[in-house]
Write a protein that binds this ligand. Structure first.
Ligand code: ADP
Ligand code: MG
Length: 458
């Protein structure tokens, strides 16, 4: 058992990341000589917000799966929360994709990684946890090139009395259409984002790219993306098509994906070879249990899936689509590109954008609220994951880290361009094994939630 202050057990080797939350440090455990990542999170003053911060540690601690970053311990010191977790030596998948310099991965490699991602997502969804920020930057690779899903900073467990109906908006490139359509986030929204990652490892590019916000959102909502390179199989093509179905109910769940005939062989071999062999022998299991207990759980305890109140009996009916969704308004709106201003506050090529003084007056209530929120939102809170990349700040175009050169301004973004149309999108599909669930109904919509969250800062 540890007797020292927990921090004294670690030697800080390096800062590996810095974000709005605080820092990510590479540390070495003094006794075991094992390296870990220690995430240092500044605890906000308000108890509600610090409960949110602790949620990341709580959820990570609950996840025990060979394809999920392993939690080691968590403690609080000097107004900071420290989360100690497994270190993935090869860094994130985005870096790996960029290192390819255009050389495509083999299909076998893609499927092996993809199956591991699905196993991780299946595990969290079984526990009724939504990740809500699945992207190649939050998926890590170990020394032995095993996939680990990480960064549970945006994750939410369902059935929590604190259910946030979309206070999170996400990283624009990975945000599913339903978020822009003002319908609640659900497990299928994670599937959409996972589809984006699958597309990225197939093409080394983002599936949805545009010259501005308006067209990015429209492309996502219309599901227009360039087809996969021809070397990939029909299986991969159809998988992506299904994961990008606009209606979340029509997207396969992680369970359904893993039982596809085309993936069975890979799934089997992955499950067989994936024993938990990466856990160091001297991994202190007893400390693990006490470490989880160490975290102050919220007053209303989060429940495991099997104990939680059933969210839905059978399938949930999708709410009637609101008439004034962001998409509808955008279809009429002039370009928002000119309203996006780079705020070069972050190092490297990462630039955070804020929406400022939008030219177009939006006359519908929801959208107006959205804009007001976007105007006022402090990007470090509600829009924390609203981080996009821009290669040349002088050009008014959105660029992701995997963006190819995007042709011209928004006006040239025509819907006639090469797109993969999915006629099956509109077909009803029987998929009874699918586990549809979504964030709990709350009294307010996500805009109101978001509004409250951002107002709290002023
Ligand atoms: P955020 O995305 O909120 O900044 P993350 O937890 O995703 O927080 O990661 C912060 C930084 O630390 C990123 O640069 C990420 O690549 C790195 N990182 C996070 N977890 C690990 C890990 N388990 N192994 C290696 N690098 C990690
Ligand atoms: Mg991250």
């Amino acid at each position: 058992m540890t007797t020292n202050a927990p921090m004294e057990n670690y030697k800080i080797l390096n800062v590996i990341g810095e974000g709005s939350f605080g820092k990510a440090l590479l540390v070495c455990h003094q006794n075991t000589n094992q390296n870990y990542v220690m995430k240092e999170v500044r605890l906000p003053k308000s108890s509600g917000a610090s409960r949110d911060s602790r949620q990341e540690a709580i959820l990570l601690a609950k996840m025990k799966h060979p394809n999920i970053v392993k939690f080691r311990e968590s403690f609080e010191e000097d107004g900071h929360l420290y989360i100690v977790m497994e270190y993935c030596e090869r860094g994130d998948l985005l870096v790996t994709i960029k290192h390819q310099r255009g050389k495509l991965f083999s299909e076998q490699n893609i499927l092996q990684w993809f199956v591991q991602m699905c196993l991780a997502v299946q595990h969290i969804h079984e526990k009724r946890v939504l990740h809500r920020d699945i992207k190649s930057k939050n998926i890590f690779l170990t020394q032995s090139r095993r996939i680990k899903l990480g960064d549970f900073g945006s994750a939410r467990i369902l059935s929590s009395p604190m259910a946030h109906a979309c206070t999170y908006v996400g990283t624009p490139y990975y945000v599913p259409p339903e978020i822009w359509e003002n319908v609640p986030y659900n497990n299928k929204s994670d599937i959409w984002s996972l589809g984006c990652v699958l597309y990225e490892i197939c093409t080394l590019k983002h599936p949805f790219q545009a010259g501005g916000w308006k067209n990015l959102i429209l492309k996502i909502c219309h599901g227009s993306y360039s087809p996969l390179p021809s070397l990939y199989s029909y299986e991969l093509r159809s998988l992506i098509k299904q994961m990008f179905r606009k209606d979340p109910r029509q997207r396969p769940s992680a369970n359904t994906i893993l039982t596809r005939r085309g993936l069975l062989k890979v799934v089997k071999s992955t499950v067989v070879t994936q024993t938990d062999d990466e856990m160091p022998e001297n991994y202190p299991q007893d400390e693990l249990t006490s470490a989880i207990q160490h975290i102050n759980e919220p007053s209303a305890p989060l429940e495991d899936a099997q104990h939680s109140k059933p969210l839905c009996s059978g399938r949930r009916h999708w709410k009637k689509k609101p008439t004034d969704t962001v998409v509808n308004i955008l279809e009429d709106a002039t370009s928002l590109t000119s309203s996006v201003e780079a705020n070069r506050s972050v190092g490297g090529d990462v630039i955070k954008y804020e929406l400022k003084e939008l030219r177009k007056k939006w006359n519908k209530e929801t959208s107006e609220s959205l804009l007001n929120i976007l105007n006022n939102a402090d990007l470090t809170t509600a829009f924390q994951t609203y981080t996009i990349y821009k290669a040349k700040p002088s050009e008014e175009c959105l660029k992701g880290p995997l963006s190819s050169d995007i042709p011209g301004p928004d006006a040239t973004d025509s819907r006639e361009e090469e797109i993969a149309v999915d006629p099956e999108r509109l077909q009803p599909r029987s998929d009874d094994e699918d586990t549809d669930f979504e964030e709990e109904d709350v009294d307010t919509d996500w805009l109101s939630e978001l509004k409250r969250a951002t107002e709290a800062q002023y």
